[in-house]
Design a protein around this ligand. Structure first.
Ligand code: MN
Ligand code: MN
Length: 386
């Protein structure tokens, strides 16, 4: 009997695909056929999986006296099609100017230092909120915002955007717009003499340094009329984590942080020798920033393809939606990884739980080994209870 593997079928399909290319000349999938991953050829369709690691530390930042920023987008990290990121630092008084993003929502985690955020939403509601290390913010796509370091030390944070093609250096900044509007229009708009705008910047300011603003007045009592309906701030580190055998996991989805409708954040800690078990996410890509320690991640991509890479502090990792993966702590210290998913709903399926949900008879048939083999297997997802 000849057995046909899925790999053989995939290779046959690939040959058929190339014949269609030859026949149609322009459309790799032929008329009416559905592409496997998207409109263009995907980096995930090759015989070998692409790299899931990006050396963020080696990227050159854009600097000014207000701070610095560097980005990780699909242009340099081809697999990261759904999520892009920026690492930014602001000196005390350093201001990331008033701006918005037309093509992405912004999720952030403060690594160190303190900063003040101002926002405005389409209902005209505004917020001014101070952020501390371990805090998360979320700005829906298109909402106006600014970020300023408030000292005493530099403030460093990671921004994650739910669009891999996003670029921090192509956002909509207030100086860029006003600098490219005629003075008589600005005069009409603001009811001020045209001469008022003569000394306004002509180009985008992006990052600028000013005085450290004074402390905020005490926050309004929650539930009072002054309190905003949707706060932009979530104190992530204050959350009690889920505990598993090898470490802990915190999650901040729309459930915990209602404004965060398109993204979920995670903070994963794994003890030396511990592992985040084999699992996948049915509904989202996973973006990772390695904060501390040494890790080894393996990504399984079907068709006999699996890729293992090592990560250390400052590296970015990525797992496409539905791709299997596991993360091992291979260092002698705790491993800490920041996670971001491009869905407000967190979904995960573990291989352990999946197997436990099936009978030993089925597993025996599936794996071709006696049923007794499975007697001592875990009876559910043991290492990551939800
Ligand atoms: Mn922004
Ligand atoms: Mn995962």
């Amino acid at each position: 009997m000849t057995s046909i593997s899925r790999r053989d079928l995939m290779e046959a399909a690939a040959v058929t695909g190339s014949l269609i290319v030859a026949a149609s000349g322009s459309n790799a999938y032929g008329d009416g056929a559905q592409p496997q991953f998207g409109p263009g050829p995907s980096v995930l369709q090759g015989k070998e999986l692409p790299s899931f690691r990006f050396d963020f530390g080696a990227q050159k930042p854009r600097t000014s006296d207000g701070g610095w920023a560097k980005e990780a987008t699909v242009l340099k990290f081809p697999v990261s099609e759904k999520l892009a990121a920026v690492l930014m630092a602001l000196v005390p008084g350093g201001l990331r100017e008033l701006h918005w993003h037309a093509n992405a929502a912004e999720w952030a985690y403060v690594i160190k230092g303190r900063c003040r955020v101002t926002t405005i939403d389409p209902e005209g509601r505004s917020e001014v909120v101070d952020f501390n290390p371990g805090d998360v913010w979320y700005f829906p796509r298109g909402h106006g915002h600014s970020i300023q370091g408030i000292g005493p030390d530099d403030c460093e944070f990671v921004l994650v955007f739910d669009n891999g093609y996003f670029s921090e250096f192509g956002t909509f900044s207030i100086t860029d717009w006003l600098g490219h509007a005629p003075a008589d229009v600005l005069s009409k708009n603001f009811g001020e003499p045209a001469a008022t705008f003569a000394s306004f910047p002509k180009d985008e300011v992006y990052l600028v340094k000013g005085p450290v603003p004074p402390p905020l007045p005490p926050e309004p009592v929650p539930g009072s009329l002054d309190a905003p309906a949707l706060s932009h701030r979530y104190p992530f580190l204050a959350q009690r984590p889920q505990i598993f055998e090898g470490g802990t996991l915190r999650l901040v989805s729309e459930r915990e942080f209602p404004i965060s409708t398109t993204m979920t954040g995670g903070l994963l800690q794994i003890k030396p020798g511990g592992m985040r078990e084999l699992h996948w996410h049915p509904n989202a890509d996973e973006w990772q920033y390695y904060l501390k320690g040494k890790a080894r991640m393996t990504v399984f991509g079907s068709g006999g393809r699996a890729r293992t890479e090592e990560f250390s502090a400052g590296d970015v990792g990525y797992v496409p939606q539905g791709f299997g993966h596991y993360i091992e702590n291979v260092g002698s210290d705790d491993l800490e990884v920041l996670l971001a998913f491009n869905s407000g709903l967190y979904q995960s399926i573990s291989v352990t739980a999946w197997m436990a949900a099936n009978t030993p008879l089925l597993l025996s048939t599936n794996f071709g080994v006696p049923q007794s083999v499975f007697a001592t297997f875990p009876k559910g997802e043991t290492t990551m209870p939800d």
